[in-house]
Design a protein around this ligand. Sequence first.
Ligand code: GLC
Ligand code: CA
Length: 560
Amino acid sequence: MADYHRDPDWWKRAVIYQIYPRSFYDANNDGIGDLAGITAKLDYLNDGRGGGLGVDAIWISPFFTSPMADFGYDVADYTGIDPIFGTMDDFDALITAAHQRGIGVIIDMVFNHSSDQHPWFVQSRRDRTNPKADWYIWADPKPDGSVPNNWLSFFGGPAWTWDERRGQYYYHTFLKEQPDLNWYQPAMRAALADILRFWMKKGVDGFRFDVVNFLAYDRQLRDNPEVCDDDGSVHGDFNPYDRFDAIYSKGVPEQWECVEFLRTVMDEGDAIASVGEVGGIRQPERLIAHAAEHVQHGRRLHMAYTFAMLTENADLGYWLRIVEATERVIGDGWPCWSMGNHDSARLLSRFDCRGPRQGLQQAALLFLLTIRGTPILYYGEEIDMAEVALPREQVQDPFGIRFWPDYKGRDGCRSPFPWTADLPNCGFNSGADPWLPLGASPPLDQAAEDPHGTLAVVREMLRLRRSHPALMAGSYKTLMKNGQAVIFERRLGNARLWVAVNVGGEAKPLRLRAVGFDAERDATAEVVPLTALARNGRLAGDILELPGYGFALIRFPAAS
Ligand code: GLC
Ligand code: CA
């Protein structure tokens, strides 16, 4: 492992790249991406000698034994590799190859629920007295035979499914094939701890914890209250789940003990990092405060990302509201950001970064890579991959099937990575039908030819981050906002940087005097050019000329 990762705080300086393994590279040409495929393409991500994109770690979505009801987020064996993805030898080879290049490996632990095919659940549902009877959340029906309470499944319908043999309902936050584990069962928890130990021994560098804020639940199984919109009406959305404020089915006080338990186990390992997924709250400030509680006091998770930046809102005012809310509440925790992932429409399509808004993809990524915290890039963002629209009969995501056409599911952001223009399936494999169709976005080899393309910009930005510790570790302060343009300061000791980003198409002259810049005193301040970017800002006296979708990194020489 490169020295970089020996630092127990390596994850604070890292850029994480999320890989959806079904869609990265299909080495054995069966239509589905695999672990050997990831290993084969590591040099693209970071060859360990200064080449490649330059990411520090990969988070790989689940590749464990699974019936694939939710494409791997339904695990039937937490320490087994699903044959679709390869073998344990493939995983060992992946870890070794990643470490040789200084890339950390973060794996995805789905500990809120398992698959209904997991031997634990198979045993649990047998009767009410077996040793694993209470490893899942079982409840008696109401006297009239109906479900125990009003909790809904995020993927549609009630969160309770009747089990004839036990004569009870079991609880599932997601599909009925994904029963929730009972975190109040100490033996169950101990089994999860052993799973973490197993993977730490294998050499993983960290864990991403799926829906981590859902682990604990109200022991009295109280009904969730309805959410009302400002006008007092019940909130309407395609998903009935959102009509309720799920205060009893997640985020209850016992939650902290669960998270601290995970941390205690991780602390047995060496420089392990963790990132939790925190969602299910509509109001952004509340969501952010809840996520912050997951990462505080050095004894909970290392990081958590929320869905606050995963909405369709590309307005700078909104983004700054999210960043500033995070800065206010994060305390001794560390921010972590995701602007695109396997649950959200592709950034390019979600923010409509096309036509006249074409520069927005790069501006958005530059914002993501320069605010304080650990950024997570989603595979393909660096080559402008777009959402792929599928006809109903091709939809695979159970969430999309359930809510079609009001919601079309998550397949569109999970399409195969296009490597090479001239090869069958753009080189995703050697010709077998891919599990999802490829989109029309230019493949990597074409994207790489554009000196001002997103790939070149992201690559150079990752190098700039490394050579400017203030970008990785410095404090954050918003200095000015003008329309869709912002200047913020990143400061670390003597090192002081100003970052200007314009996420709007209109050029902005920014008068720096208003934020304390003095053209004479600060005559040695300079714009560090991002040579790949076609839209660098220019400093003229105390005016920063910032083009539409432009960017500028201003360096102040250290005060002597
Ligand atoms: C998380 C995952 C999502 C999955 C769900 C259930 O939200 O990111 O992909 O469907 O949990 O495991
Ligand atoms: Ca394959």
